[in-house]
Design a protein around this ligand. Structure first.
Ligand SMILES: Cc1cc2nc3c(=O)[nH]c(=O)nc-3n(C[C@H](O)[C@H](O)[C@H](O)COP(=O)(O)OP(=O)(O)OC[C@H]3O[C@@H](n4cnc5c(N)ncnc54)[C@H](O)[C@@H]3O)c2cc1C
Length: 607
C-alpha cells in the first residue's frame, strides 16, 4: 500500500490556505524551517477571501478613545466571559501590529482623510475598529499573505484534502491526503502540523459557508486525540440572503448596518429598539436619531441596536418571523436605501462603501439596494468551538499538533464579534507558526508507522467497497439528511428533547455512512470526496449536539427555549469533548481559570 503513496517531507506542515495557515507558514518559514502548505481547494479560495467587513484592531485611527483594553473588554462581553481570557488579551494587544505589518507587506486599506487606515463600526465593538477595504477586506488580506508567502519559499500543495494525521507515540509525525484531481494518495512527513482548516458550516442546511467547510480539522484533531472545546457555540449570523432560494444563506455583511442600514419588520418597525439586553443598555442608543448620528461618526452618540451582538440580533429576527411579522419570503427587511433621507449623495455612498453587496443583490436577487430594502434572515456562519489550544503557543493537547483560526477554540467564547476572526487569524496564525518552528528545534521529527498509513489509506478508499449505493446510503443523501436534521434539531433555538433525538438520528446516519458506497473511479470523483467529508460532518455534529445538551442554560449563540436564561454556574466552565478509549465521544466540563486582578479591573473600568 505505501508504495502507491507519494511522499513529501516538510518540517512544518500548515493545513489550509485561508488567513491563519499562510500567516503561520510565513512565520515558520522566517524561522528557517522548511514549510509545506496544503489546501483542499485552490490557493486563494478560502473563507478568508470572502470576508467583507474588515479586521478588528484597536488602532484608534478614527476614535482616539479606543485601546487594547476596550477591545479586550468588548471581546469578553461579546463572548459572555467564558472566553480564554489570555487569548482575548493577546489578541487585543497584538492585533494592531499584525494589521500594520499587513500594510507594510502591501495591503491597501481604505484611508482616513489624513492618510491613516480607515476603521468602520461593527456589532459589539464600542468604537469604529474594523480596518477595511470597501467590503472586500478578505481578498486584500489573502492576496497580501500569498504574495508575501510565496517569496519565502513555502511549498504549496493545492487541491489536496488531508484525511488522517499520524503519530509517533504521543506526538504528531505526519498526514495523509488525497488529491482531488487524480485521486492519488500523498503522505506528508512532518514533525509539526498546524491545522487551519476553517469552520463546520456545511453541517447545516442554511449557511454562508462554502463546500470546503466540513469540519475536517476539527475531526482530524479529535481522531488524533486532541480535545474540542465550546462546540455548542455555533454562530448564526443575523443577515443572510433569504431570496431567491438558490442564494439562501449567502452573507450580507454587518458593514451594511455599520453604514446606517436598519432592520425592519413587515410593519416597518425597527424592532430591535424593543429588546436591548441589560448589559448593553448603557452603550446603546434608545432613539433613531442618536443611532444615526453614531453611524456618521458623532462621538457623543451611542450605537444603534442593529449593532448589538450577532446572537441577540439573530434571535430578535427569529422572534419577528415566528410572530408573523416577517417579510414575504420568511425573513425581515434590511434597509440601507433609507439613508437618502439624510444624505443627498446616498446612492453613491452605498455603491462606494458596499460595492459587493450592491452587486450581489442586483445580480442574484434583482434588487437595487440603493433603492429597495433587502430580505434577510439568520444563516449558519461561524463556529466558536474548535481545537482546545494553549493560548501562548496554539499547541493542542497532542504534542506537535497546533491549531489556529476558526478551527481553534478559546478567543471568542460564547459569541464572536464581527471582525474578530480576521484579527484572530493574524495574531494566532503568527503565534502558531512561530511556536511550531520552535517546537521542532527541541524535538526531532517522529517516525511514520506504515501500519497507520495503510489503515488510513484503506479507510479513505472504503467508500468504493461500500455495500449499497441505492438504499439511502449515497453520500449526498446522507449529507442532505444530516444538514436538515441539524438545522431543525440543533439549530438556532434548541430544546433538550430535540437534541436527544438528534443524537439518535446521528447514530443512524453514522450507520448509513459506514455502508456508504460511491461509484466511478478515483479521478475527479466528487461523490467520493463528499463521502469523506460526511465522516467529518458526523463527528462535528455529534460534538455540537453533545456539548449543547451538556450546557443546560442559554448563553451567547447557544439558545435553549427550555432553559432560556444564563445560569451563573455555567459561567465557570467550558464544555470539552474528547475521544474515549472505546472510541465513543466523552463530554467533560473544564473549569475556567480565574481572571487575574488586572484584567478584572479592565473589565470593570469598561462597563
Ligand atoms: C461570507 C463571509 C464573510 C465574512 N466576513 C468576515 C469579516 O468581515 N471579518 C471577519 O473577521 N470575519 C469574517 N468572516 C469569517 C472569516 O472569514 C473566517 O472565519 C476566516 O476567514 C477563517 O479563516 P481560516 O484561516 O481559519 O480558514 P479559511 O479561510 O476558512 O480557510 C480554510 C482552509 O482550509 C482548507 N481545508 C479545509 N479542509 C481541508 C482539508 N481536509 N485538507 C486540506 N485543506 C483543507 C480550505 O480549503 C481552506 O483553504 C466571514 C466569513 C464568511 C463566510
Amino acid at each position: 500500500m505505501t508504495a502507491q503513496v507519494q511522499t513529501y517531507e516538510h518540517d512544518v506542515l500548515a493545513i489550509g490556505a485561508g488567513g491563519a495557515s499562510p500567516r503561520a507558514a510565513i512565520e515558520a518559514s522566517a524561522a528557517k524551517v522548511s514549510v509545506g502548505l496544503i489546501c483542499k481547494s485552490l490557493l486563494g479560495k478560502a473563507h478568508t477571501v470572502m470576508a467583507e467587513g474588515g479586521i478588528a484592531a484597536a488602532l484608534a485611527n478614527v476614535d482616539e478613545r479606543d485601546s487594547w483594553k476596550v477591545h479586550f473588554a468588548d471581546t469578553m462581553r461579546g463572548g459572555q466571559y467564558i472566553n480564554n481570557w489570555r487569548m482575548a488579551e493577546l489578541h487585543a494587544k497584538e492585533a494592531p501590529d499584525r494589521v500594520r505589518e499587513l500594510e507594510a507587506w502591501g495591503a491597501l486599506f481604505d484611508r482616513t482623510k489624513d492618510g491613516r487606515i480607515l476603521q468602520r463600526n461593527f456589532g459589539g465593538h464600542r468604537y469604529p475598529r474594523l480596518a477595511h477595504v470597501g467590503d472586500r477586506t478578505g481578498l486584500e488580506m489573502i492576496r497580501t499573505l500569498q504574495d508575501h508567502g510565496v517569496h519565502q519559499g513555502i511549498d504549496v500543495h493545492m487541491e489536496r484534502a488531508v484525511v488522517a494525521l499520524f503519530k509517533d507515540g504521543e506526538r504528531i509525525s505526519g498526514a495523509l491526503a488525497y488529491d482531488r484531481e487524480r485521486g492519488l494518495l500523498h503522505l506528508f512527513r512532518s514533525g509539526a502540523v498546524v491545522l487551519a482548516t476553517g469552520g463546520i458550516g456545511r453541517a447545516y442546511r442554511i449557511t454562508s459557508n462554502s463546500w470546503e467547510y466540513t469540519g475536517d480539522g476539527h475531526a482530524l484533531a479529535y481522531d488524533a486525540g486532541a480535545e474540542l472545546m465550546d462546540m455548542e457555540f455555533v454562530q448564526f449570523h443575523p443577515t443572510g440572503m433569504v431570496w431567491p432560494p438558490s442564494v439562501q444563506g449567502i452573507l450580507v455583511t454587518e458593514g451594511v448596518r455599520g453604514e446606517g442600514g436598519v432592520l425592519l419588520n413587515k410593519d416597518g418597525k425597527r424592532f430591535l429598539f424593543d429588546d436591548i439586553p441589560e448589559n448593553y443598555k448603557s452603550q446603546t442608543a434608545d432613539n433613531e436619531e442618536e443611532g444615526w448620528r453614531y453611524t456618521q461618526g458623532d462621538k457623543s452618540a451611542r450605537r444603534p441596536p442593529e449593532l448589538l451582538t450577532r446572537d441577540h440580533v439573530a434571535r430578535c429576527i427569529m422572534r419577528e418571523i415566528r410572530a408573523g411579522r416577517g417579510s414575504p419570503h420568511g425573513g425581515v427587511f434590511l434597509d440601507i436605501s433609507w439613508i437618502k433621507r439624510r444624505l443627498p449623495n446616498a446612492e453613491e455612498v452605498i455603491r462606494k462603501k458596499l460595492p459587493s453587496m450592491y452587486h450581489q443583490f442586483l445580480k442574484l436577487a434583482d434588487i437595487d439596494i440603493t433603492r429597495q430594502p433587502m430580505e434577510v434572515g439568520p444563516t449558519t456562519h461561524y463556529v466558536m468551538g474548535g481545537v482546545r489550544v494553549d493560548a501562548e503557543t496554539q499547541m493542542s493537547t497532542v504534542p506537535g499538533l497546533f491549531a489556529a483560526g476558526e478551527c481553534a477554540a478559546g478567543l471568542h467564547g460564547a459569541n464572536r464579534l464581527g471582525g474578530n476572526s480576521l484579527s484572530d487569524l493574524l495574531v494566532f496564525g503568527q503565534r502558531a507558526g512561530a511556536y511550531a518552528a520552535r517546537y521542532l528545534k527541541d524535538h526531532r521529527a517522529g517516525k511514520i508507522d506504515e501500519g497507520q498509513v495503510e489503515a488510513a489509506a484503506r479507510a479513505a478508499l472504503a467508500p468504493f467497497e461500500g455495500a449499497d449505493s441505492d438504499n439511502g446510503t449515497g453520500p449526498y443523501r446522507i449529507q442532505h439528511d444530516l444538514q436538515e436534521m441539524m438545522q431543525d434539531m440543533v439549530g438556532i433555538v434548541r430544546r433538550e428533547s430535540e437534541m436527544a433525538l438528534a443524537l439518535e438520528q446521528l447514530a443512524k446516519l453514522s450507520a448509513r455512512a459506514a455502508r456508504m458506497r460511491v461509484n466511478g473511479n478515483r479521478a475527479y470523483n466528487p461523490g467520493w470526496h463528499t463521502a469523506l467529508d460526511v465522516r467529518n460532518l458526523l463527528t462535528v455534529s455529534e460534538a455540537v449536539a453533545r456539548s449543547a445538551l451538556e450546557r443546560k442554560e442559554s448563553r451567547g449563540a447557544h439558545f435553549r427555549d427550555d432553559q432560556p436564561r444564563p445560569d451563573p454556574a455555567f459561567a465557570k466552565f467550558n464544555v470539552v469533548v474528547v475521544k474515549g478509549p472505546d472510541g465513543s465521544m466523552r463530554v467533560e466540563r473544564r473549569p475556567i481559570p480565574p481572571l487575574p486582578p488586572e484584567l478584572k479591573q479592565v473589565i470593570e473600568e469598561m462597563k
